[in-house]
Design a protein around this ligand. Structure first.
Ligand code: AMP
Length: 501
């Protein structure tokens, strides 16, 4: 049968080495130690009674059972399909159909679960799964799928990135090598949704017997997170940049960064330089940045804690260097490599790159070329090996034939005092094709002066890149993962037209 491996082996090892140590906590209350977690997962695997390779979806807020469901499925050789808990019922239906889910686990607060073979987490039905006699974990091969990660799919049909055991183990190795050497004295606090980045981070932490802490608050609550970092020691977490900004503000307000807060890995969306500098002032040597996507889970490039000490803005503005086992290149329109410093599409290869999109050969062939994953992101590689992102190719504004990268304009506007958040996008224009518009959120209680913002742009940017129109909003819409949703911004700007460009 060749090499076999199962992600469940992590749990077996922990149950042997640290049977009585905390494995999962809910807030400050213990939920399971490693021995109990292994037993619960093995019973769940038996109770499910599904053949290896079957898909099991999870539509749930963060909860302690999330982890035993993942490992229970892996023990039985099943493929987990964590879904964004904020999806519409129709979207959930489509995803369940497209992956042919045999069962779905749902948390009791969710009202959008379609008529499917559903089990409410914590219900009697759920408990009866846990009363089966435990089974031994089945053998899996490196290239067997373990996780289907659905892309946000803001346009068109969402695609399921099929992540194999090999992909996830490569992600674990890169995390432990590049970002943090973990052990059983550490913990991860799941402040972001476990259906996405925080869920993937379960793996490197379980691989080194670090405890899993699930906050009791349902939505992201920075004050509660700081409290938990006072209660626990050695805490790491994954945050989207917008969440990090909120945590930074809460820490500033309270005047304390708890000693238990050890590491924050942020990424999944742009971190602007000015905000990063503010975070550095508050959190010091606790920051790592990741650049990745569902198709190469959490692992394309990164800045480690030492990199964050740099005073060099071009390093801080970058998304870092290639992660362990990952090659990065920049390609031109004809899929040929471009020299250092030239802007093009970011591509990468390595064991982290997904097997393909679930049952979608066309999308797979469009995205993986000769083993290279086309990320759809635009950027440059410096001679020193740092990768800098411009934008998603679809977000680039073309005005009067010139390309304008929204991110560059956003970086400038964020330097203005009292600009809290900004979103720059193109608005259709008969004469220019597109014009630059900026939607700006001011610090609470402050009124911003458009002329001052324009003067700032004139000092730092080519004239044609300046926003022609400003909108001042109280807040910017974010998706379930804390990313600013440009699509929703457009819909709010032009309700009748929907998407303008
Ligand atoms: P997802 O697959 O939903 O995790 O989204 C991945 C996309 O988020 C990437 O293709 C990038 O466009 C963006 N992204 C991820 N990490 C970063 C980062 N560190 N800086 C800027 N954008 C990022």
């Amino acid at each position: 049968m060749g090499i076999t491996m199962n992600l469940f082996d992590y749990l077996i090892q922990n149950a042997r080495r640290f049977p009585d140590k905390l494995a999962i906590a809910h807030g400050t209350g213990p939920f399971a130690n490693w021995r109990e977690l292994r037993q619960r997962a093995e019973k769940l695997a038996a109770g499910l009674g599904l053949p290896p390779g079957a898909r099991v979806a999870i539509l749930s807020k963060n909860c302690p059972e999330y982890i035993e469901i993942l490992f229970g499925c892996w023990a039985a050789g099943l493929v987990v399909v964590p879904l964004n808990a904020k999806l519409h019922r129709r979207e959930v239906s489509e995803l369940l159909e497209s992956c042919g889910a045999a069962r779905i686990f749902v948390s009791d607060d969710i009202e959008t679960c379609p008529d499917w073979h559903a089990t409410i987490i914590g219900s009697e039905d759920y408990q009866s799964l846990l009363s089966s006699a435990p089974i031994a974990a089945v053998d899996r091969r490196p290239d067997d799928p373990a996780w289907i990660f659905f892309t946000s799919g803001t346009t068109g049909r969402a695609k399921g990135a099929t992540l194999t055991n090999r992909n996830l183990m490569a992600m674990v190795a890169a995390h432990l090598a590049d970002f943090e050497a973990l052990d059983a004295t550490h913990a991860i606090l799941h402040a972001a949704p476990m259906s996405h980045g925080s869920g993937l981070y379960i793996l490197p932490y379980v691989a080194r017997a670090a405890a899993q802490i699930i906050p009791q608050t349902d939505s992201f609550n920075p004050d509660n997170i700081l409290d938990l970092c006072t209660y626990y020691q050695g805490v790491g977490m994954f945050l989207a940049p917008t969440m990090l900004q909120r945590l930074r503000r809460a820490a500033e307000r309270s005047g304390i960064v708890p000693s238990g807060l050890r590491n924050i890995i942020y990424g999944g969306g742009p971190m602007h330089l000015e905000e990063l500098k503010r975070c550095k002032r508050i959190f010091g040597n606790r920051l790592c940045q990741l650049y990745g996507q569902g198709e190469a889970p959490m692992t394309i490039a990164g800045l480690n804690r030492d990199d964050h000490w740099s005073d060099n803005d071009s390093i801080l503005r970058s998304v870092g260097w290639p992660r362990l086992g990952v090659d990065i290149a920049i390609w031109g329109d004809d899929d040929t490599p471009l020299p250092d410093g030239v802007t093009g599409e970011i591509v990468c290869r390595g064991d982290v790159v997904m097997a393909g999109y679930w049952e979608n050969e066309k999308a797979t062939n469009d995205t993986i070329r000769n083993g290279w994953l086309k990320t759809g992101d635009i950027g440059t590689l410096s001679a020193e090996g740092y990768l800098t992102l411009q934008d998603r190719s679809k977000d680039v504004i073309i005005s009067g034939g010139s390309n304008i990268y929204p991110r560059e304009v956003e970086e400038v506007l964020l330097q203005a005092e009292n600009v809290a958040e900004v979103c720059v996008l193109g608005i259709a224009d008969e004469e220019w094709g597109e014009n630059v518009a900026a939607i700006v959120v001011a610090t609470k209680g402050i009124t911003l002066d458009e002329a001052a913002l324009d003067a700032l742009c004139l000092r730092s940017l080519a004239r044609f890149k300046r926003p022609k129109t400003y909108y001042f909003w109280d807040e910017l819409p974010k998706n379930a993962y804390g990313k600013i949703s440009k699509q929703t911004v457009r819909e709010q700007l032009f309700p009748a037209a929907g998407n303008q460009s």
